[in-house]
Ligand binder design. Structure first.
Ligand code: ADP
Length: 259
């Protein structure tokens, strides 16, 4: 993957894929990959045929979060076979490069890799392909928005001012590129102490709701800071695959998305 593959013009949407929903964020570390993987699992549990493409090329965390590893097979040296976990068909650049190696690529190589992951992966028939974008407003976002016929984008943010400021830029980028913004998700909303039950708003309160209102985009959900979410992600068993309150929360967001 990558190497000298040349990006081509033209639509990059895989033939059997009905809709592509990108999950982006202004900043890193706000839980974008966590939300992308859990939404994919929740959609699969709701009976949809779901794919998950990890396009967060500099910090691909989907393989770990979904509990997969190993190089994807390519029987004919061209088609790349995706992996399957928790009912989701998935592919990550993280599976194609060495885990401990940094990805130091120029734009065209990145675009080539993106092209390969969309065009050469045997995605099959999918109702929805969730794409975990890198944070920010760079080349990958630009290319996907203009070439992959995105159905829409979801932006994840914490309620913290610095995160919101960048989330606003991400929304602005999608709007400029004519990619419909499906809504905002507030992650790390608040923390409920498991010992005393007291709720603490570690990153502030209400920021994403007021931002969504100000920008005229829907607020798709508010997700708390939750130990199970973090542990589940590290274990490769997304919290949405379980039966706790977070699985229900993701189920509700997923239901709203494909209603
Ligand atoms: P991003 O994709 O935005 O860089 P990640 O999804 O990788 O962020 O999340 C960063 C870290 O925060 C991960 O360790 C993840 O498990 C953790 N995390 C994300 N969302 C939550 C949450 N709601 N509660 C607790 N931990 C979370």
């Amino acid at each position: 993957v990558g190497g000298h593959a040349k990006p081509q013009d033209g639509p990059m949407k895989p033939a059997g894929v009905d809709r592509i929903i990108a999950v982006g964020s202004g900043k890193g570390g706000v839980g974008k990959s966590t939300v992308a993987s859990n939404l994919a699992v929740a959609l699969a549990r709701a009976g949809r045929k779901v794919g998950l493409l990890d396009a967060d090329i500099y910090g691909p965390s989907i393989p770990r979060m979904m509990g997969v590893s190993g190089k994807p097979a390519s029987p004919d040296g061209k088609t790349i076979m995706p992996l399957h976990a928790h009912g989701v068909t998935l592919m990550s650049l993280g599976l194609m490069v060495e885990e401990r190696k940094a990805v130091i690529w120029r734009g065209p190589m990145l675009m080539g890799a993106l092209q390969q992951m969309l065009g050469q992966v045997a995605w099959g028939e999918l109702d929805v392909l969730i794409v975990d974008l890198p944070p920010g407003t760079g080349d990958i976002q630009l290319t996907l928005s203009t070439k992959a016929q995105l159905t829409g984008a979801i932006v994840v943010s914490t309620p913290q001012d610095v995160a919101l400021l960048d989330a606003r830029k991400a929304i602005d980028m999608f709007e400029t590129l004519k990619t419909p913004v499906l809504g905002l998700i507030e992650n790390m909303s608040s923390f409920v102490c498991p010992h005393c039950g007291k709720e603490t708003e570690i990153f502030g309160h209400g920021g994403v709701r007021s931002e969504a209102e100000a920008m005229g985009v829907p607020l798709l959900g508010l997700l708390p800071i939750d130990l199970d979410t973090r542990l589940a992600g590290d274990k490769g068993e997304p919290v949405a695959a379980g039966d706790g309150p977070m699985a229900q929360a993701y189920g509700r967001i997923a239901a709203g998305l494909v209603a």
